[in-house]
Every structure is written in C-alpha cells, then in structure tokens.
Design a protein around this ligand. Sequence first.
Ligand code: CUA
Length: 205
Amino acid sequence: MIPLLIVLFTFAWGARIYFSLYRPPADAVQYYVTGKQWMWKTQHPTGQREINELHVPVGQPTKLLMTSEDVIHSFYIPAFRTKADVLPGRYTSIWFNATKPGRYHLFCAEYCGAEHSRMIGSIVVQSPEDYQKWLASVPVPRRRPRRASSSSPSSPARAATRRAARPRARRSRASTAPRCASPTAATSPPTNSTCASRSCRRAPR
Ligand code: CUA
C-alpha cells in the first residue's frame, strides 16, 4: 500500500504541474511568434513587431501562439523553464508569467541548420509603465491597401510600361548598391535594406 500511495501522490503532483503548463489562464494575453532560419519574429496584440526580442510587462500571464516558416525550431527561455517546439504548418502555444523585470535569454533549442546556434534573442520584462512607454515608442506597421485587380481595362498597358521600366531600374540599382556577398562586404558592411538574403548573411564579417 505504501509504494502505491507514493506513486499516486507523485502522479497527482506531476499531472497538476503538467496541466498548468499547457493550459494558459483565461486572462492570458496572446502574443505571436514565428520561427524562421535563423531568427525569431514576434508580434504584440497591439501590432508592434520585433525581431529576436519580445517585450512583456511583469506579472502578466503571457501566451505565445507560435509557428514556423520553414523547419522545426524550439522556443526556449531557460529562466522561465519555458520551452516548446515551433513547427511549420502547425500552431503550438506556451505561456508564462514573468515575475521579475530584466532581460532573459531566448534560445532556439532544436537544431535547425547552419546558424542554429545564432538563433538567439532576449525576453525583456518591464514594469507595466515602462512597457506602455515602450509600446508607444514603436510604430505599428500599417497594412498596405490592396492594389486594384489586374482585370481592370487600363492595367495591361500599365503592366507593359512597368515591364519596360523594370530592367533599367534593376541595372541602375545593381551598379549603385553594394553587393553584400562581394569581398568588399568585409570593409563596408551593407545596410539592412540591401542585405536581407541568406547569402548576404553568410558574407565574411
Ligand atoms: Cu532554429 Cu535552431
């Protein structure tokens, strides 16, 4: 009887923790996380976006709704004992309630390619006042209005004009913008706008 009671006690204890881990409280605020080789993109319920960072207020139950754009990643905040796989084509979620302001490590905990070890970031926990100030300081990206559909009568002519203008624009950009993957990249670091591709990110530093 004694071993059976011990087993039942530890089972009930473990089950309680398991359910509290996977069932966010009803008042949890939902944030969005997208994993991508090799960065974390996050978005606040109010629209603000971040890369490799997430600001949250202290004492707020925070739920993360996560997915991946490419391969399997794993969202891991060691200080919070929070970790969950992030899968392409599927949503996973996890929640936490940060109790102490500060900056905490964020890791990718699932091998996801050449720069897996650099897929790192921070969770910034702030007081509610500082968090509101931070939210106000970050512009919310606006959704671009949809263009008129291509079936409009004047559009074939416009498309032809665009096609004619495009090669020239491309050529002129190629001659002025620094090629990030070129050997000169080491001496003149390219700007973000010209260096978003993977080959650029692999350029010598
Ligand atoms: Cu993403 Cu490892």
